[in-house]
Design a protein around this ligand. Structure first.
Ligand code: NDP
Length: 322
């Protein structure tokens, strides 16, 4: 059985995941992925890590018997998966179970940003409908827009299906053209931004996408431009975005993710044309529970069969050491 196997939970983790790990394994906890917190006893015993926290190279090095890191979340930019691969450590994430939920949130954020629905609700709640009359007509509309998706993967495709149902054209940028998709492909993000007025970013974080939505990309969207970011905050140059929203380079932005969460720059909060959500893309009870189950199932499958359910691309060839 797996009950002698020790799994280390690093940082705050969904309680249902902690329960599931505790039922199948021996469980230990650590506040954060800091090598200084790893006792010799822990170093000797830990064979798996479960987290949605930073797991870097030095921490992986501090756990010589580590075999697997089960990340809670489909985005695993906080885990150094390249280093893990070099240390023969498997990394898993939680794809698919959150795809439709995050796509739903993206469409809600798009509508809120373009049609000012949160502001209109605030108007009603403040009694202004009765005292001052109708909420002002919105300057922006979704009608007539062209949507560009940056990151046409699992979630990007689910967003694309929804945009099609809204009757709007979809184009996209990835490093690779996607087979079996009729949307226009742009080999650079700048070319995509020049072709559309509405950019929905759902690309992963990490070095490959760091600040790729910069001043040039925002300028290319134009004065009616709308940016929606539901991927990772690191993908946007936040200072450039604050400037672009402030001086009318683009019209509005809707953000679920930020460069330095949970800190949100006051300059963004002060902008009336920014719609801001506290990283709630997948945050329903049902979807978070499904993600928790997948974290546990990956650990169980690894220690039982040596084959996790959802390995990340970087560690797809890592095998169990016997
Ligand atoms: P996928 O891996 O299915 O899709 C990622 C897409 O991004 C792929 O199409 C990939 O195409 C593209 N991409 C990756 N790197 C680059 C790059 N450097 N330049 C251009 N395109 C790139 O992931 P999911 O759709 O499942 O999830 C996407 C991301 O959404 C997650 O990584 C996570 O960060 C974020 N997310 C946010 C949530 C929230 O709560 N706000 C919830 C869930 C996910 P190619 O490889 O061809 O470049």
């Amino acid at each position: 059985g797996t009950h002698e196997t020790t799994i280390l939970v690093v940082g705050a983790l969904h309680p249902h995941a902690v329960d599931g790990i505790g039922k199948a394994f021996r469980i230990e906890t650590l506040d954060k992925g800091d090598p200084a917190l790893v006792t010799p006893e822990l170093a000797a015993r830990v064979r798996g890590v479960a987290a949605s926290a930073v797991i870097d190279g030095p921490f992986i090095d501090a756990l010589p018997n580590l075999e697997i890191i089960a990340n809670f979340g489909v985005g695993y930019d906080k885990v150094d998966a390249v280093f893990a691969e070099s240390a023969s450590v498997m990394v898993t994430n939680t794809p698919d179970v959150l795809t439709e939920e995050v796509a739903d949130t993206a469409l809600g954020l798009l509508l809120d940003t373009v049609r000012e629905l949160p502001q209109a609700q605030a108007w009603l709640r403040a009694g202004k409908w009765e005292s001052q009359g109708n909420y002002p007509l919105t300057k922006l509309s979704l009608r007539g827009r062209g949507i560009g998706i940056f990151g046409l993967g699992r979630i990007g495709k689910a967003i694309g299906r929804r945009i099609e149902a809204f009757g709007l054209p979809v184009a996209y940028h990835n490093r690779n053209k996607v087979d079996g998709v009729a949307y226009d492909y742009y080999p650079t993000l700048l070319a995509l931004a020049e072709a559309v007025d509405t950019l929905i970013a759902v690309a992963p974080g990490g070095a490959g996408t760091e600040k790729s939505i910069d001043a040039d990309v925002l300028r290319a969207l134009g004065p009616d431009g709308v940016l929606i970011n539901i991927g990772r905050g690191s993908v946007v140059d936040e200072d450039a975005l604050i400037k672009a929203l402030g001086n009318g380079t683009i019209a509005a932005a809707g953000l679920d993710v930020f460069a330095d969460e949970p800190h949100v720059p006051q300059a963004l909060i002060d902008l009336p044309n920014a719609t801001l959500l506290p990283h709630v893309g997948s945050a329903s009870q049902a979807t978070r529970r499904a993600m928790a189950n997948l974290v546990v199932d990956n650990l169980v499958a690894w220690f039982r069969d040596g084959a996790p359910l959802t390995p990340v691309r970087e560690t797809i060839n890592v095998k169990r050491r016997i």
